[in-house]
Write a protein that binds this ligand. Sequence first.
Ligand SMILES: [Zn+2]
Length: 84
Amino acid sequence: MNANDVIAVLCPCCEKELYRGTMGEDGNIQKSSSSPAIKDDGKGGYFMLCPHSDCQKRIVMVSVIGGASGAAFELAPNSQQPCA
Ligand SMILES: [Zn+2]
Protein backbone atom coordinates (compact mmCIF):
# COMPACT_ATOMS: atom_id res chain seq x y z
CA MET A 1 0.00 0.00 0.00
CA ASN A 2 1.30 3.43 -0.91
CA ALA A 3 1.28 6.53 1.21
CA ASN A 4 -1.56 8.85 0.22
CA ASP A 5 -3.82 6.04 -0.93
CA VAL A 6 -7.32 6.88 0.23
CA ILE A 7 -8.74 4.30 2.57
CA ALA A 8 -12.43 4.05 3.39
CA VAL A 9 -13.19 2.87 6.90
CA LEU A 10 -16.57 1.19 7.20
CA CYS A 11 -18.99 1.68 10.06
CA PRO A 12 -19.04 -1.54 12.11
CA CYS A 13 -22.81 -1.16 12.53
CA CYS A 14 -24.24 -0.33 9.10
CA GLU A 15 -21.15 -1.27 7.07
CA LYS A 16 -21.35 1.92 5.05
CA GLU A 17 -18.46 4.32 4.85
CA LEU A 18 -17.80 5.95 8.20
CA TYR A 19 -14.80 8.03 7.27
CA ARG A 20 -11.89 8.07 4.94
CA GLY A 21 -8.30 8.93 5.29
CA THR A 22 -4.85 8.28 4.04
CA MET A 23 -2.26 5.88 5.31
CA GLY A 24 0.57 7.74 7.00
CA GLU A 25 4.15 6.61 6.84
CA ASP A 26 3.75 5.28 10.37
CA GLY A 27 0.97 2.94 9.27
CA ASN A 28 -1.82 4.87 10.97
CA ILE A 29 -4.77 6.22 9.02
CA GLN A 30 -4.96 10.00 9.01
CA LYS A 31 -8.58 11.01 8.84
CA SER A 32 -9.47 13.38 6.01
CA SER A 33 -10.83 16.80 6.90
CA SER A 34 -14.20 16.00 5.30
CA SER A 35 -14.76 13.07 7.66
CA PRO A 36 -16.97 13.31 10.75
CA ALA A 37 -15.25 14.96 13.70
CA ILE A 38 -13.88 12.86 16.51
CA LYS A 39 -15.57 13.90 19.72
CA ASP A 40 -14.37 13.58 23.28
CA ASP A 41 -16.85 11.95 25.66
CA GLY A 42 -15.37 13.85 28.61
CA LYS A 43 -14.25 10.63 30.27
CA GLY A 44 -11.10 10.04 28.31
CA GLY A 45 -12.89 8.26 25.49
CA TYR A 46 -13.45 9.24 21.90
CA PHE A 47 -16.20 8.57 19.45
CA MET A 48 -17.46 9.49 16.01
CA LEU A 49 -21.12 9.66 15.02
CA CYS A 50 -21.96 7.57 11.99
CA PRO A 51 -23.12 10.02 9.29
CA HIS A 52 -25.72 7.69 7.82
CA SER A 53 -29.23 8.70 8.82
CA ASP A 54 -30.42 5.14 9.31
CA CYS A 55 -27.55 4.37 11.70
CA GLN A 56 -26.18 7.41 13.58
CA LYS A 57 -24.51 5.14 16.10
CA ARG A 58 -21.84 6.47 18.40
CA ILE A 59 -18.82 4.62 17.09
CA VAL A 60 -16.06 4.16 19.64
CA MET A 61 -12.61 5.27 18.52
CA VAL A 62 -9.29 4.67 20.20
CA SER A 63 -6.25 6.86 19.88
CA VAL A 64 -3.11 5.44 18.43
CA ILE A 65 -0.24 7.41 19.88
CA GLY A 66 3.16 7.59 18.33
CA GLY A 67 4.72 7.56 14.95
CA ALA A 68 5.96 10.47 12.93
CA SER A 69 2.55 12.12 12.59
CA GLY A 70 1.53 12.03 16.24
CA ALA A 71 -1.87 10.91 17.43
CA ALA A 72 -4.21 9.15 15.07
CA PHE A 73 -7.43 7.27 15.69
CA GLU A 74 -8.78 3.91 14.72
CA LEU A 75 -11.97 1.99 15.34
CA ALA A 76 -12.21 0.26 18.68
CA PRO A 77 -12.71 -3.52 18.43
CA ASN A 78 -16.20 -4.57 17.34
CA SER A 79 -16.88 -5.93 20.83
CA GLN A 80 -16.76 -2.34 22.13
CA GLN A 81 -19.11 -0.93 19.52
CA PRO A 82 -22.75 -0.12 20.31
CA CYS A 83 -24.02 -2.39 17.57
CA ALA A 84 -22.06 -5.46 18.64
ZN1 LIG B 1 -23.28 3.31 10.68
